[in-house]
Design a protein around this ligand. Structure first.
Ligand code: S3P
Length: 453
């Protein structure tokens, strides 16, 4: 029977939305085991809701992520006339209103914490002539750079205003008839690529986005599934769509999110007595950098029951306790594991030797500055992590102790710290742990369910 090693403390006062998580591993060491399911893929969930809303006819979505971010996307789409049934994991129905038919919302569109909602939606909104939109979000989202999508959209003919030279939300958008664009993106970002492709659906002529290396390709796959003409050149990392596409509602089956599986992969590898099987994980090759890196580090991970579900590769992943060694993580790998770097830093702390992460400067403008926060919070627990301008240098083989740490309201930091705490020699208190619900509302019950002693 699992001891109560995980406890979630209620907010200290009724005005506080924040929760504190305390993790107290047993002195004799922890055992993890069993099969578990993870929530639906966040990237695919957003795209299914958005494409469903702008397609003709009905889209059904099963396995949708019920985190706060997809709720933000659904709420905004409903405010513009899309009919979306209450969100659930079984079956969500979206009655599409057709490309170019979103209505002008009566109020500001609040996108909460969700960068994907804001960046992708800007492409859709900017291409709705004669309609006016304002978009905003929470303090984190209002500090994240939007110029990376605003600039190319303006080159397509969009009219967008915002703070800091049209870089920061709140943003105001006057929809326009756009022109196709040949865009060479300076960064490998699926949000940038998807924004421009979505704008291209309504633009005159052809729109091509070329990236320095390949970012996740869920938009390309799903756009094809919905009937758009999408050309991909794998040599140059270019994707082309034709303006005037007609999208037709589809059945979307959302696989489990490998970014959420990553927490259990690392937990299984670093906890000395662990054998976990994570069911139904999306293993799209543009997302499996985490498997490659954990493999390079010596983690015992097996891919079982590999199959394709609704155009996306899926597998079950078995992970067992492993002796890890440090490695280098850089270059083309980075966009394929961008969201997993905080938890990979946890793995590196328990690995022999040094791990160096480079070319990951974009982590500084995620939900928090993930390089600074990962280093500062894990170092409080006894890790030896040095911040680099574009990465982290982690000296492994350190013993962690408990400490008071903070998520900085970043979901992936909250969960990475919880995984580190499983191997700490004393209790760890994680402040603002409620952030996990952005992408993983059941993180704590799932953790409790796999603790075997
Ligand atoms: C996402 C792309 C990535 C990732 C984010 C989701 C997407 O962001 O970090 O969590 O769904 O397109 P960037 O495009 O900024 O790298």
């Amino acid at each position: 029977m699992a001891q109560a090693i995980v406890s979630l403390l209620s907010p200290e006062n009724l005005d506080s939305p924040h929760q504190t998580l305390v993790i107290s591993p047993p002195q004799e060491g922890l055992a993890l085991g069993g099969e578990l399911r993870i929530p639906g893929d966040k990237s695919i969930s957003h795209r299914a809701l958005m494409l469903g809303a702008i397609a003709q006819g009905t889209t059904t979505i099963s396995g949708l992520l019920l985190g706060e971010d997809p709720h933000s996307t659904a709420k905004c789409l409903r405010a513009m006339g899309a009919k979306i049934s209450p969100l659930n994991t079984e079956l969500v129905t979206v009655e599409g209103i057709g490309l170019g038919n979103l209505q002008e919302p009566q109020d500001v569109l609040d996108m909460g914490n969700s960068g994907t909602t804001m960046r992708l939606m800007l492409g859709i909104l900017a291409s709705h002539p004669d309609r006016f939109f304002t978009v905003t979000g929470d303090a984190s989202l209002r500090s994240r750079p939007m110029a990376r999508v605003v600039k190319p959209l303006v080159r397509m003919g969009a009219t967008i205003w915002g703070r800091d030279g049209n870089n920061l939300a709140p943003l105001a958008i006057q929809g326009q008839k756009l022109l196709g664009l040949q865009y060479r993106s300076p960064i490998a970002s699926a949000q940038v690529k998807s924004c421009i492709l979505l704008a291209g659906l309504m633009a005159e002529g052809e729109t091509t986005v070329t990236e320095p290396s390949l970012s996740r390709d869920h938009s390309e796959r799903m756009l094809r599934g919905f009937g758009a003409e999408v050309k991909v050149d794998p040599e140059t990392h270019s994707v082309t769509v034709q303006g005037g596409a007609v999208l037709q509602g589809q059945e979307v089956i959302v696989p489990g999110d490998i970014s959420s599986a990553a927490f259990w992969l690392v937990a299984g590898a670093i906890v000395p007595d662990a054998d976990l099987t994570i069911l139904n994980v999306g293993v799209n090759p543009t997302r499996t950098g985490v498997l490659e890196v954990l493999g390079m580090m010596g983690a015992d991970i097996q891919l079982l029951n590999e199959r394709t579900v609704a155009g996306e590769p899926v597998a079950d992943l078995r992970v067992r306790s492993s002796n890890l060694s440090g490695c280098e993580i850089a270059g083309d790998l980075i966009p394929r594991l961008i969201d997993e770097i905080p938890v990979l830093a946890v793995a590196a702390t328990f690995a022999k030797g040094t791990t160096v992460i480079r070319n990951a400067e974009d982590l500084r403008v995620k939900e928090s500055d993930r390089l600074a926060v990962t280093a500062s919070q894990l170092n409080k627990m006894g890790a030896k992590i040095t911040e680099l301008p574009d990465g982290l240098e982690i000296t492994g083989g350190t013993e962690l102790h408990g400490a008071e740490v903070d998520s900085f309201t970043d979901h992936r930091i909250a969960m990475s710290l919880a995984i580190a705490a499983l191997r700490a020699s004393s209790p760890t208190t994680i402040h603002r742990a409620e952030a996990a619900a952005i992408s993983y509302p059941d993180f704590i019950p799932t953790l409790q369910s796999i603790i075997k002693n």
